[in-house]
Design a protein around this ligand. Structure first.
Ligand code: PMV
Length: 327
């Protein structure tokens, strides 16, 4: 009998970034990170394990994927096959639900959804925390997408305790305006970028030290529901991460001219009394952290520089969940 499951996972945006691995094989990070799961951007993944399948196959948005992409999925599924002690191959079908023209497809939602579906399909019954240690080995940021709201990825001491911890459901007046600057493929992948930074940037040790303090401070801000403090720590932490890349050899940056336009717009709004803070990941897109009740006002200001299809407002999202076939 084929074993099948269908799961949705949302992407997340790190407020305290994960940047650098201490173990490349097991995806163990150099520092703990903390994110907010996002409602609008998610991946739905169906997995069918079947004795009759000769090999794994992977379809993304209806298109059969090539050898390289499929191999990555196969390697990831091996973790689950090992746990279950089975050799069954699988067919994986994923749909990325990302607003058009955004170029925001994320490995976080992809691997969290696949982890959730493989767990259910094989009847492994891994609890969410343990499941996050599996998601981690697909993509570090996927660790945090198992849960909703604010989520910490505790760096841990080994593979078993480097997992996600839910911090707060983020059920307050908080949101993100995403500025999708462009959709070009990155010149430096996050994997390569991290490695180069860890190995060559003299700023890197300072990053690790200050990230330790930032994670404590942001958890205190979340506990106090102090939005301003949360935003200040978020913006400063993201800037520090991008600073480490300028110190790498050879130096690199993910910023583009339009990233700066978005940052300046947010900073100008702040001068007018609208609390909003920027953060960026391994790409040129800018995420503006704000009060959800002020997101439309911020979008209005950004519309002076960006077209409507590049601006996405989202509230905090939930953790992974099983879908019915009809969804
Ligand atoms: O795990 P990856 O390859 O998605 O790397 C994530 C790196 C950042 O997005 C820059 C930071 C983060 O914590 O998500």
């Amino acid at each position: 009998m084929p074993k099948k499951a269908y799961v949705r996972a949302h992407t997340n945006i790190a407020l305290i970034k994960y940047w650098g691995k201490r173990d490349e094989t097991d995806f163990l990070p150099m520092n703990s990170s903390l994110s907010m799961t996002l409602d609008k951007l998610y991946t739905d993944t169906m997995v069918v394990f079947d004795e009759a399948l000769p090999k794994d196959s992977f379809y993304l948005n209806g298109e059969k994927q090539g050898e390289k992409e499929t191999q990555k999925i196969s390697n990831f599924l091996d973790l689950f096959r090992e746990e279950k002690n089975t050799a069954m191959r699988a067919r994986v079908e994923s749909i990325n639900h990302v607003p058009t023209a955004a170029g925001l497809a994320s490995s976080a939602s992809a691997f969290a959804a696949l982890a959730g579906a493989a767990n259910l399909a094989l009847g492994l019954d891994l609890d969410p925390q343990r499941l996050s240690t599996f998601a981690r080995r697909g993509s570090g940021s996927a660790t945090r997408s198992i849960y909703g709201g604010f989520v910490e990825w505790d760096m841990g001491t080994c593979s078993d305790d480097s997992f996600a911890v839910p911090v707060d459901d983020a059920g307050w007046d908080i949101g993100i305006v995403i500025v999708a600057v462009n959709q070009k493929a990155k010149e430096v992948s996050s994997r390569i970028g991290m490695k180069r930074t860890v190995e060559t940037s003299p700023f890197y040790p300072a990053w690790v030290e200050s990230a330790k303090r930032d994670i404590l401070d942001i958890k205190a801000a979340i506990a106090a529901k102090d939005f301003i403090r949360l935003g200040e720590i978020t913006e400063a932490n993201g800037m520090k991460m991008h600073g480490t890349m300028l110190g790498a050899e050879p130096p690199f940056s993910y910023w583009e001219p339009d990233s700066i336009v978005a940052i300046k717009t947010a900073q100008a709004l702040r001068k007018q009394g609208i609390a909003c803070y920027v953060t960026m990941d391994a790409g040129p897109n800018v995420k503006v952290l704000c009060r959800l009740s002020q997101a439309e006002t911020i979008k209005e200001a950004l519309l002076e520089h960006f077209t409507e299809d590049k601006l996405i407002i989202t509230k905090p999202g939930k953790g992974i969940r099983e879908l019915t076939a009809a969804e």
